[in-house]
Design a protein around this ligand. Structure first.
Ligand code: MET
Ligand SMILES: [Zn+2]
Length: 718
């Protein structure tokens, strides 16, 4: 077996340095280009990545890290786990990812504690696993034709099955992996990378036994490539000795988030993740070299702590960043260079230091009255109908709006003209909602490029990038701001837009803020302060904004915390502490509101079991939460909290317009579980990725369904 290369990365961004893949996908989905054209863009991006990694001096190049949508979905396809209902679609792959006219997409959820979303494998008793190895083999051949030998990266069997809640199918799936390894060996592939990030969480003895079974069995294969099992996002803990006792030749460790391995790994290659794939700060060379030196292994390879999928491409594509800050930053390209330098032990000099530490003041939230008192004050102040209909905040981000923002940046549109356009868009959004008959209106967030970036642009202590895109799901990317110093709010941020919207209508307009945990979760954060202190600084800024909105006459304020679960530590031992301070930060941000101001919060997933107490602890008057795609479970859990609840009545991730009958059915389900006076009606999430045609048709059906149920309520009341 050839030795493992001295330097590698676990994966690389794939959306393209100028988001070429995004453009190509969206053009294909809109029917403006062919599948061939899409595939050509894919091939160009793969070629560019391999060439760049080789130019930078990286020895071990990965392949099969490209994906047209998602690497977990690719694994479902690789193993033949394509549910029967998608097989006859024109393009089954994208039908699973995005749905079609008549077909809902597969479920999507967040990838461990990142903001990347994957498509959840759907595995049932009827699933027949069958290897379809075209993609990994194709990429190996494609790279070889360009002169590069690569290491295909495939999601490992244990993590794949855990994500699909089907570990009982291990035996069947291992048959496919055996076939895959044999095919790769026949192709002359020296090493394969099997990703097992699920092993850094708490695993049961049965699950650890599955790890042993899987890798003993794959290791026993006669003809196979070297096996490199990569873990990331934390410490392998108990899984490390299990894995080390199997015949796998190389083990990948996240030495940024995880601790130094206790096990003696003599006989193995350790692929040491000392360059963070999650953060944008330059690697401190002393620390990295010390972790490398501490390893007891037969061979050590320098690597990233996880795939570089989670950082942008290139700091040098950021001419607008302050040079002092730039000197502290490393994006994917710079991180590859760091890996190479560390592997050559040529890493000299210290990474430049950030600003000095400033601690936030003492945390003493001023509590609001108990819910019953608040609810009475709000009922009197707001006089809403039964089953109030609202939305989550954003309305379609039209091409005109995006073009106008680009024109301001380019200097061809004045700030004043831009602001007039935003006001016109707010008026349009208000009129649409009035015409449809919604009860609590929103201004539509047209001024926001993004729910975190917009706040970052208006707060001290943050920098924003112009090209720092990171993939969130499918073709969607975000540009996480960089929180590099102390946070402050020099002046009100959203008040003028909310006040403008309220001036246009007699109905209540809900003010929209992003919560402190989410702002931090979706930013790259300074690493010289505990995360908790950073979140409290942001909470104080949000608190000032809440107070100013209230003072401007806004009676309902939504503070979104869709990322609350995302920062949850993967291991239970650390979770309680996190949830305590996260809840405290939210309450600090919202508790300055008076009793008659209604505080809403919004979470975009229903798989909330781990954080139920925390959601309760937020003490929001109304919680809107995703639920349309995932059944009634939320009703049994969050439904028991005794405050307002709006389980989403339709999925906004797909262009599909829900029928009124469908919405009615979901509403009936909610009303069987909750007293009517606590039920709110709303979509699963914000509408900014949809078109006006989709939004108006969908909301019209929501209103029709709600009105039928309201009429029934009035009849039973009589
Ligand atoms: C990801 S949650 C989004 C909430 C935000 N208020 C919106 O509607 O876009
Ligand atoms: Zn949402």
């Amino acid at each position: 077996m050839s030795p493992f290369p001295k330097s590698t990365v676990l994966g690389y961004p794939r959306i393209g340095p100028r988001r070429e893949l995004k453009q190509a996908l969206e053009s294909y989905w809109d029917g403006r280009s062919t599948r061939d054209e899409l595939d050509r863009t894919g091939a160009e991006l793969r070629e560019r990545t391999w060439r760049r990694l080789a130019e930078l001096g990286l020895e071990g190049l990965p392949s099969n890290t490209f994906s047209l949508y998602d690497q977990v979905l690719d694994t479902s396809v690789l193993l033949g786990a394509v549910p029967a209902r998608y097989r006859s679609a024109a393009d089954p792959y994208f039908a699973m990812a995005r749905g079609t006219e008549g077909l809902a997409p597969l479920r999507m959820t967040k990838w461990f504690d990142t903001n990347y979303h994957y498509i959840v494998p759907e595995i049932g008793p009827e699933t027949v696993f069958k290897l379809e190895a075209g993609k990994p083999l194709g990429e190996v051949r494609e790279a070889r034709a360009l002169g590069y030998e690569t290491r295909p990266v495939v999601l490992g069997p244990v993590t794949f099955l855990l994500l699909g809640s089907a570990l009982d199918r291990l035996d069947d799936v291992l048959g496919c992996y055996e076939e895959l390894l044999a095919a790769l060996a026949a192709e002359g592939v020296a090493w394969v990378q099997l990703d097992e990030p699920a092993l850094v969480g708490d695993r049961t003895p049965d699950e650890l036994a599955a790890v042993r079974t899987a890798y003993d069995r794959l290791g026993a294969l006669g003809s196979r490539p070297g096996l490199f099992v990569a873990s990331y996002f934390g410490d392998l803990g108990e899984a490390l000795p299990v894995l080390a006792a199997t015949p796998v030749e190389a083990i990948g460790l996240d030495l940024v988030r995880g601790g130094a391995p206790v096990a003696d790994l003599t006989g193995k290659t350790v692929v040491a993740g000392v360059v963070s794939g999650r953060e944008v700060w330059r690697t401190a060379p002393k620390r990295a070299l010390a972790s490398l030196a501490a390893l007891r292994a037969s061979r050590v390879t320098v690597s990233t702590s996880c795939s570089l999928l989670h950082v942008p491409y290139d700091v040098d594509a950021e001419p607008g960043l302050d040079p002092a800050l730039k000197g502290r930053l490393a994006f994917a390209e710079q991180k590859v260079a760091e890996v190479v330098a560390l592997a050559r032990a040529e890493f000299h000099g210290a990474a430049p230091q950030g600003p000095s530490v400033a601690l936030p003041g003492p945390v003493v939230p001023e509590e609001r009255s108990p819910y019953a008192v608040r609810a009475a004050a709000q009922a009197e102040h707001l006089s809403l109908p039964a089953l109030p209909i609202t939305t989550i905040g954003s309305f379609p981000q039209t091409g005109e709006l995006r073009a106008a923002r680009a024109a301001v940046t380019a200097g061809t549109l004045s700030q004043a003209d831009y602001e007039r356009r935003v006001e016109a868009e707010i008026e349009r959004v208000i009129r649409v909602q009035e015409r449809l008959g919604l009860d609590v209106l929103v201004h539509g967030e047209p001024e926001r490029n993004d729910m975190v970036q917009y706040f970052a642009e208006h707060l001290d202590g943050f920098a924003v990038t112009s090209n720092g895109w990171v993939q969130s799901y499918g073709s969607r990317c975000t540009r996480p701001p960089i929180l590099h110093g102390d946070v402050g709010r020099p002046s009100p941020i959203t008040v003028r837009w909310a006040a403008h919207a309220q001036s246009l209508t007699a109905k209540p307009v809900k003010g929209m803020l992003t919560g402190p945990v989410t702002i931090v979760a979706w930013s790259f954060v300074r690493d010289d302060l505990p995360l908790r202190d950073v979140v409290f600084q942001v909470a104080d800024a949000v608190r000032e904004e809440v107070r100013d909105l209230e003072a401007a006459g806004v009676s309902i304020i939504q503070v979104d915390e869709p990322a609350l679960r995302e920062l949850l530590p993967l291991r239970r031992a650390a979770q309680t502490d996190y949830l305590e301070w996260a809840v405290a930060a939210y309450r600090r941000a919202t508790s300055g509101a008076s009793d008659r101001t209604q505080i809403h919060t919004h979470l975009c997933y229903s798989d909330a079991d781990q954080i139920l107490t925390a959601i309760d602890g937020l003490d929001a008057d109304v919680t809107t939460i995703e639920s349309a795609r995932s059944g009634a479970r939320i009703l049994d859990t969050v439904g028991s909290f005794g405050r307002g609840l709006g389980p989403g009545v339709y999925d906004i991730h797909s262009p599909r317009v829900p029928s009124d009958a469908e919405v009615e059915e979901l509403l009936r389900r909610t009303m069987r579980a909750l007293p009517a006076e606590r039920v709110w009606v709303n979509p699963d999430c914000g509408l900014k990725t949809r078109t006006y045609a989709e939004v108006e048709a969908s909301l019209a059906n929501v209103v029709a369904a709600t009105r039928r149920l309201r009429a029934e309520l009035t009849r039973t009341a009589r």
